[in-house]
Design a protein around this ligand. Structure first.
Ligand SMILES: Nc1ncnc2c1ncn2[C@@H]1O[C@H](COP(=O)(O)OP(=O)(O)OP(=O)(O)O)[C@@H](O)[C@H]1O
Ligand SMILES: [Mg+2]
Length: 206
């Protein structure tokens, strides 16, 4: 059975070889895929909840990949592996390791020098990593979980809500489905592309 996916605004399409990495052959639709991925992500969140991670662990390529692997390895064979194809979002595939290294170095500098308040460090990191787009898919959810890990494990602050209040008031599931919450999220991401993080910072706590 083939995987027939429809895409909503701001999602990265998978190519055929990436679709072949599907580990659960009975999944045929976007709805089924979302559900299995969500179950896998919940296991990853459980894994982070009971653990403490030192900042030097979090600031590493290995950890970035491990989190993606924990989120998607029940569903995708390429979980935790950098993408081998170019996408409509993100840097050239060959540039992923070096751009990630720049980001991790910047992040270490921001952390050590307290360049920004904690929420802003986490949200800037989230925006930079999703702009690199390290993986074939799941980059948005991975970037949000990374920001949650940074704020919770490094700064001992509550995790972000990522528009949950807005979703609830509009009767929407979350920002991964089409609707007002996703529109607000993408507007905030695009403002951050132009250098203004304020909308994304506010969205993260809304
Ligand atoms: N113009 C843009 N600039 C930077 N990032 C963008 C832009 N448009 C979309 N994105 C990011 O790409 C993500 C989608 O990438 P991908 O499909 O790999 O992630 P996902 O986890 O499957 O999706 P989602 O974030 O929708 O749940 C969005 O979450 C958004 O953060
Ligand atoms: Mg996607």
């Amino acid at each position: 059975m083939g995987l027939d996916l429809d895409y909503i605004d701001g999602q990265t399409p998978l190519d055929e070889e990436e679709k072949d990495g599907l580990l659960i052959p009975t999944i045929a639709t976007r709805g089924e895929l979302d559900e299995f991925e969500q179950q896998n992500i919940e296991h990853a969140i459980q894994w982070t909840l009971g653990r403490s991670f030192k900042s030097e662990v979090i600031f590493s390529e290995n950890f970035i990949r491990t989190v993606h692997k924990r989120m998607y390895s029940n569903v995708w064979a390429w979980a935790g592996e950098f993408r081998k194809t170019n996408k409509n979002i993100g840097v050239d595939k060959w540039q992923i390791p070096s751009d990630l290294k720049y980001l991790l170095d910047d992040f270490k500098y921001w952390y050590e020098n307290k360049t920004y308040p904690p929420d802003e460090i986490a949200v800037r990191f989230k925006h930079r990593i999703v702009s690199i787009h390290c993986f074939p898919n799941g980059n948005g959810r991975h970037s949000r979980l990374m920001a949650d890990i940074i704020i919770q494990k490094i700064y001992k602050q509550p995790v972000f809500t990522w528009g949950a209040t807005l979703s609830f008031s509009k009767g929407e599931v979350n920002l991964s489905s089409q609707g007002n919450t996703r529109a607000a999220y993408l507007k905030a991401v695009k403002a951050a592309d132009k250098g203004d993080c304020s909308l994304l910072l506010a969205f993260a706590r809304s």
